[in-house]
Write a protein that binds this ligand. Structure first.
Ligand SMILES: N[C@@H](CCC(=O)N[C@@H](CS)C(=O)NCC(=O)O)C(=O)O
Length: 223
């Protein structure tokens, strides 16, 4: 059975959604990044980037959430847009992987966790996060799904981050992204989204962002 190393953050949640949508049997294995489990040698052998998520499928490790989505879609033949949409699929998957995700992550860091006195960093990452989300909002104008006419892994990739968008951007800004909000609501209405969201109840994760958690997650502060 496929092993899924996860926590409840945006990138693992995309994969949880695919697994619940597809019906693939899987074993959910918690990776508590606030306790430093991402640095255990057995895990680094699976994911040299020491992040969640990863899967191991038939002994083969796959890491990086959008790579996992693509891998699983190709393996199962499910939720992959039709071949005529291949160019758009790759473009939007990579836009989410390299734009929405990293800028949103840095925006959260600078807005919510960095010590005061980072006005330049806050301004840059808020600007870039808003810019990327604005592009996605424009893309969704007049359409239900990001690529083609049906729900796909590209929508799942966005959903992982849509769950965190109010925290990333602030509620007011998120509310202004009406197309993104409609897209988010459409995915949330799917039973698999409820099942994916419930994965948080399978294991207890550390919730405190205390000194130990910061030591593991903000390692630059120790240098
Ligand atoms: N590019 C990677 C990024 C993964 C990533 O940043 N995961 C976060 C959770 S969303 C994580 O593991 N953070 C823990 C840490 O940074 O130590 C992917 O898409 O899978």
């Amino acid at each position: 059975m496929l092993q899924f190393y996860y926590n409840t953050a945006p990138n693992p949640m995309k994969v949880a959604l695919f697994l619940e949508e597809s019906g693939l049997p899987y074993e959910a294995i918690p990776l508590d990044t606030r306790k430093g489990e991402q640095f255990q040698p057995d895990y680094v052998a699976i994911n040299p980037n020491s992040k969640a998520p990863s899967i191991v499928d038939d002994g083969k490790p796959v890491f990086d959430s959008n790579a996992i989505l693509l891998y699983l879609a190709e393996k199962t033949g499910q939720f992959l847009p039709a071949p005529e949409h291949a160019a758009e699929t790759l473009s939007w998957l990579m836009f989410i992987a390299t734009g929405i995700g990293p800028y949103s992550g840095q925006c959260v860091h600078f807005r919510h966790f960095a010590p005061p006195g980072n006005d330049y960093g806050v301004k840059r990452y808020v600007f870039e996060a808003e810019r990327h989300w604005g592009i996605l909002n424009d893309r969704l104008a007049g359409r239900d799904w990001i690529v083609g006419d049906s729900y796909s892994i590209v929508d799942m990739a966005a959903w992982g981050w849509e769950r965190a968008a109010a925290f990333v951007l602030g509620q007011e800004k998120f509310d202004s992204l009406t197309n993104v909000k409609r897209h988010f609501a459409a995915i949330n209405a799917r039973p698999a989204a409820d099942r994916a969201a419930a994965i948080k109840d399978r294991h207890a994760f550390k919730t405190e962002m205390d000194e130990e958690a910061k030591r593991f997650m903000f390692r630059h502060t120790a240098t």
